[in-house]
Design a protein around this ligand. Structure first.
Ligand code: FEO
Length: 392
């Protein structure tokens, strides 16, 4: 086991092959890790487990390295299968071991494993004395499940933050100062944008609450990706910014096209936007990973989305992207729509309505062209881009 700090050891798994997470919902181009920790004090405490497919490897390693019978307590910060999944297999071997978790955590463990184990429900500020160190529990409800919590280790000043501050990022290294900073922050931001955006208000409150506890934090060890040891508060500051309706000076033009006419309009709109001084990025919804698009939308001031009409609606990739956008409920972003169509042309209206429901302000009436845009139509598209930029 790799020593992280003082009495804390990493006993997790690096999943280099993971390409999709949450079923097939979330792309993970750089794999992931499931970080589990063992604190070897007077009492030996395991904090979190790993995803179910790795349960045998995980439990065998624990037995080999520490002896399962020596584990005095298990803390489950979060029940979701990537952290709680191996608990059932482990508890088959040590069924009387006390489990420390939130009230919702206990309920969820019972509903996952249908066992009445030795549950010890904890709330924010509760302390478990394990020898030199004490564990202080901090509930983090809806960051990002109702059961989520963090565990602070007093002697080492390490915050085991579970999903918060994590990244789906497998590397040969363990710490933030050892890895490519562009990759690290790209993955941390993608994680926030795709998972935590709807809970941004709670993120801000929780950060203020943790700062208010006046805990000395030398290290933040999330349950995915690298551990923040060099200036660990930098990721807390980033979360604070990301949770505050974060924006960069970018506009995103998105299109989905059957025969290229809507793409031609997108190109002309982009040209119109380019004189605005804002960076304009254009993506084909049908070709670009939807979670990468979400990360770009997260950073933007606004989006312009166009899609061919099919069967009185939008193309299926556009429908899927709009559904993800609806759930994330971005704040303080503007939008408009455009499209080429053949005969009925409902797509512009559908996109506008869906984006309104998702919380975007529609600042321009959509622009439609029947079949291929003429030179005059393309001029109008450029004007449309210029007018959109002027609304910002
Ligand atoms: Fe919410 Fe990493 O699981």
């Amino acid at each position: 086991m790799l020593k992280i700090k003082d009495d804390i050891y990493w006993t997790g798994v690096k999943d280099w092959e993971l390409k999709k997470f949450h079923g097939e919902e979330l792309s993970t181009h750089r794999g992931s890790t499931y970080n589990s920790f063992l604190i070897k004090d007077k009492k030996t405490v395991l904090v979190d487990t790993v995803w179910t497919p790795f349960k045998e490897k995980f439990v065998e390693k624990l037995d080999r390295e520490v002896g399962l019978g020596n584990i005095s307590a298990i803390v489950i910060n979060h029940v979701e299968q990537d952290h709680g999944g191996s608990l059932g297999f482990l508890m088959e071997k040590i069924p009387n071991t006390p489990i420390y978790c939130s009230k919702n955590g206990a309920m969820m463990i019972k509903k996952h494993f249908h066992q009445d184990w030795n549950f010890n429900v904890v709330k924010t500020g509760d302390i478990l004395d394990i020898g030199k160190n004490k564990l202080i529990f901090v509930e983090m409800p809806m960051l990002h499940w109702p059961d989520s919590m963090a565990t602070y280790v007093t002697g080492s000043n390490v915050l085991l933050s579970n999903d918060a501050f994590g990244q789906h990022y497998a590397t040969p290294y363990m710490y933030n100062d050892q890895v490519d900073q562009c990759e690290l922050f790209q993955e941390a931001l993608k994680y926030y944008a795709n998972i935590l955006t709807p809970y941004s208000k709670l993120v801000k409150q929780k950060i203020n609450e943790i700062i208010g506890l006046n805990l000395k934090i030398d290290m933040i060890a999330p349950s995915h990706g690298i551990i923040w040891r060099e200036n660990p508060m930098q990721i807390v500051e980033k979360y604070s910014q990301w949770a505050s309706e974060y924006q960069e000076d970018t506009i995103i033009v998105l299109y989905n096209t059957m025969w290229g006419a809507t793409k031609n309009m997108a190109g002309a709109i982009t040209k119109g936007l380019e004189g605005s001084g804002l960076a304009v990025k254009m993506f084909n919804i049908g070709k670009v990973d939807k979670n990468d698009i979400i990360t770009e939308i997260f950073k933007s001031k606004g989006i312009i989305m166009g899609c061919s009409t099919e069967n009185r609606g939008v193309l299926s990739d556009t429908a899927a992207l709009l559904e993800v956008i609806r759930g994330l409920q971005f704040k303080n972003k503007v939008a408009a729509s455009f499209a080429s169509y053949g005969w009925s042309g409902e797509s512009v209206k559908v996109v506008e309505e869906k984006l309104k429901v998702a919380g975007f302000e529609i600042v321009l009436d959509g622009i439609k062209v029947q079949y291929e845009p003429s030179l005059e139509d393309l001029e109008k598209c450029q004007d449309f881009g210029r007018e959109f930029a002027s609304k910002l």
